[in-house]
Write a protein that binds this ligand. Structure first.
Ligand SMILES: *[C@@H]1O[C@H](CO)[C@@H](O)[C@H](O)[C@H]1NC(C)=O
Ligand SMILES: *[C@@H]1O[C@H](CO)[C@@H](O)[C@H](O)[C@H]1NC(C)=O
Length: 402
């Protein structure tokens, strides 16, 4: 079956100007980076999103059947001592006690639209030893900023627990993994992360909170380029013009703008196992505006996330694109409007928790709605709570199951 978003994709408007968020001088460097990213996004776009959605739902059903077979008592017993990888993504790595020696295996574990995100798996390990961010133009070796602007692929890890207060947006470049497992890594009290015109990034195991707008100014955006930025919005994670992105087990709270947002031709994204709290506006806006149809290319999987206390609405708000919303826990919400859709997006919910009135929402063609009758598939929420029980950054210890 052809999805309606495939059809809409044809009607790309050329209205979009060559301006992009927070780039003060959209020079030839950025033009080239934007062109490459746009081409890459087209390649990463899945022409048959519905089959992928079906496959993913099937995986979730299998996981549920396993849980069901085990029964509640069995599941509780499992909590003591034994590893509890309750969902198909976690099952790929969490119960292996050698995770720290084989960190890159995580790159095989993504599912959904962001499944091809390999991050820095082809690169060396880069260890962040310095929590400072005192020079955003010539970052010091050992800092997180130094790692993320390197041109080569890198798998970035942390030597110890740290709180990193970013002086300006952290401009992450392509082919990077930021892997916080094994340390309590907080990006807090300063600016947030920016994925702009990049490809192939994994963010895992980070705690991002109390994010404020950066003032702007000169910031290094790659090894060879320093660019002037305008004031940033204060998003936790801002994704624009980017593809093959996987955000997993990240906790995000209390950001001045969105917690996680995606816009401007971004696609092939999975946000899974994340724990989102404290935000009094649109927490997850996907799609830049009602007039920018470029976002019809957007394909996002939101799976096994926990939408916790203090959230108001738009988890997510999908404009234009294709959002697959599967087994997210909305248990704590007091929102008037959990999931929002504008501009005829395709939103397929599946087995989404409906306790406390947060019913799942689907839009798209009537045939699709019939095929993905999410409410009928709900099993009174308990499976969703189990699938999302370990959402957010985990406290992983080397040589132990995580
Ligand atoms: C988004 O894609 C459209 C169509 O492919 C293109 O015209 C536009 O320049 C792209 N926008 C960006 C920000 O790359
Ligand atoms: C990322 O890695 C791929 C594969 O190694 C390479 O083809 C691509 O050019 C890299 N992208 C950037 C922007 O460095």
């Amino acid at each position: 079956m052809e999805s309606s978003s495939t059809v809409r994709f044809v009607f790309f408007s050329s209205l979009f100007l060559a301006s992009a968020a927070h780039i003060a001088d959209f020079d030839s460097y950025w033009q080239k980076r934007a062109d490459e990213a746009t081409n890459q996004a087209r390649r990463s776009y899945d022409p048959d999103p519905v089959s992928l959605t079906r496959q993913f739902n099937h995986q979730v059903d299998l996981a549920k059947q396993k849980q069901k077979g085990r029964g509640l008592r069995g599941a509780n017993r499992m909590l003591v001592g034994l590893c509890q990888a309750t969902n198909p993504i976690d099952r790929c790595w969490r119960c292996r006690s050698n995770w720290a020696d084989r960190r890159r295996q995580l790159a095989e574990c993504a599912q959904g639209f962001g499944r091809r995100a390999g991050g820095g798996k082809a690169g060396e390990l880069y260890v962040v030893t310095d929590a400072s961010d005192s020079d955003v133009v010539d970052p010091k070796p050992g800092t997180l900023r130094f790692g993320v602007v390197q041109d080569r692929p890198l798998w970035i890890v942390f030597a110890r627990d740290m709180v990193i207060r970013l002086a300006e947006e952290l401009i992450v470049t392509s082919n990077k993994t930021i892997d916080g497992r094994g340390a309590d890594v907080r990006i807090a009290g300063g600016a947030g992360l920016t994925l702009q015109f990049v490809h192939n990034v994994i963010l895992h195991g980070l705690r991002i909170h109390d994010i404020k707008a950066g003032n702007g100014g000169m910031v290094r955006v790659s090894e060879s380029h320093v660019g002037r930025r305008t004031r940033s919005d204060g998003d936790g994670i801002s994704i624009s013009g980017s593809s093959d992105i996987w955000i997993d087990h990240v906790s995000v709270a209390n950001c001045m703008d969105g917690l996680i947002d995606a816009e401007q031709n971004s696609t092939a994204i999975t946000v899974s196992n994340c724990h989102l709290t404290q935000h009094n506006d649109d927490a997850m806006p996907f799609g830049e505006s009602e007039s920018y149809s470029g976002d019809a290319i957007t394909q996002i999987t939101l799976a096994f996330n926990h939408f916790g206390a203090g959230l108001v609405r738009r988890l997510p708000r999908c404009r234009w694109g294709f959002c697959h919303i599967v087994s997210n826990d909305y248990a704590h919400r007091t929102m008037e409007d959990a999931v929002g859709g504008r501009k005829n997006p395709t939103i397929l919910g599946y087995a989404t928790e409906s306790e406390n009135g947060a019913s799942s929402v689907e839009s798209g063609s009537p045939e699709l709605k019939q095929e993905f009758p999410s409410k009928e598939n709900e099993l009174i929420g308990s499976y969703v709570s189990r699938l999302t029980r370990f959402a957010g950054a985990l406290d992983c210890v080397a040589d132990q199951q995580c």
